[in-house]
Design a protein around this ligand. Structure first.
Ligand SMILES: *[C@@H]1O[C@H](CO)[C@@H](O)[C@H](O)[C@H]1NC(C)=O
Ligand SMILES: *[C@@H]1O[C@H](CO)[C@@H](O)[C@H](O)[C@H]1NC(C)=O
Length: 308
């Protein structure tokens, strides 16, 4: 009887683990799909960037947004010298109309914006209830959570990246959040673009959030790279960043999130690191006066896929 009960319990827990790691494709965003199922947000950058986000009609007419076949290009203006007293550099921020709770989001990216003062991000948040609805960021070299109070990460966890902060609460440490630095410089910028990009995948359950990065030239799980109808994250190996629920109730700190892709300049993030980045002068002056420097400030996205 006892043996039977034990094997039942073992079987049941195997079953729930297997089911927990298997997801089915629910949204396959490719090319012009982004124009009908995501919105361009012509809003002021809450992080004070030297940017002027334009609406979809403007972005398409200026070819800042270009969608065709299996390609979505999102870029900044690279022709205009800006007046110091006028608005920032034209750029694009798009947000999925759909929201997601527990899911896996994959971005297949061929090129990410690079250059002095650029700050691209692929991220998720609840625009109506920040920070209580949570925020997961994938930005140059770091994967970061920003949350309400009482969400902390252990210093030692099963991940290949390196923690840069352990308190995810936006009200501590100047909203730096709990970040994890990728172990490789090919995860963003010229390194990433030089090898044709790669994939980021983010898995969110009520127990943890995991982020994997796979470069285009490496070994990548085939279900992840092929856009398969179903995926099994149990086969993807140690994540680049692992945010467990040991001292953070993930289920209550994260609610329905939209996916957002943006490209800003200077501001709270890129502005803060500009001085140490080997870039000339001040960030805002540079962005105003050097349009040609932004020819590589573009996203080339093959797909965003969401599995639930
Ligand atoms: C762009 O993305 C970052 C995530 O790194 C986010 O914190 C910031 O608010 C965004 N800026 C905007 C609104 O474009
Ligand atoms: C718009 O951008 C795409 C992608 O970079 C390019 O192939 C196309 O030629 C551009 N169209 C115009 C009218 O410049």
């Amino acid at each position: 009887m006892r043996a039977t009960l034990t094997s039942f319990v073992v079987l049941a827990s195997c079953l729930s683990r297997a089911l927990g790691a298997t997801y089915a494709l629910t949204d396959n965003y490719v090319g012009s799909t982004f124009l009908s199922t995501w919105v361009h947000e012509a809003i002021a950058d809450p992080t004070h960037g030297r940017v002027n986000y334009v609406d979809q009609a403007t972005a398409v007419s200026k070819n800042l947004t270009f969608a065709s076949g299996d390609t979505l290009i999102l870029r900044a203006d690279d022709t205009t010298v800006l007046s110091a007293s006028g608005p920032g550099r034209d750029s694009v921020r798009i947000r999925s109309v759909k929201t997601y709770t527990t899911h896996v989001a994959i971005i297949d990216v061929r090129h990410m914006p690079q250059g002095c003062g650029t700050w691209p991000a692929f991220w998720e948040t609840d625009g109506n209830d920040w920070p209580n609805g949570g925020e997961v960021d994938i930005a140059p070299n770091a994967m970061t959570l920003h949350t309400g109070a009482n969400c902390n990460m252990p210093a030692s966890r099963a991940e290949t990246g390196t923690p840069t902060g352990l308190n995810c609460d936006v009200n501590t440490d100047g909203n730096t959040g709990c970040g994890v630095q990728a172990p490789t410089s090919v995860s963003y910028g010229p390194g990433l673009n030089g090898l044709g990009g790669g994939w980021y995948a983010m898995e969110r359950t009520n127990d943890f959030i995991k982020v994997w990065f796979f470069p285009r030239n490496g070994a990548t799980p085939s279900d992840l790279s092929s856009g398969a109808g179903s995926i099994d994250t149990d086969n993807w190996g140690t994540p680049t960043a692992f945010f467990p629920n040991t001292d953070c109730d993930i289920g209550s700190h994260f609610d329905e999130n939209n996916i957002i892709i943006n490209l800003t300049f200077c501001g709270d993030w890129a502005g803060a690191v500009y001085g140490n980045s080997g870039c000339p002068g001040s960030c805002v002056d540079y962005v105003n006066n050097n349009p040609l420097a932004f020819q590589n400030a573009y996203w080339d996205i093959a797909a965003v896929r969401v599995y639930e």
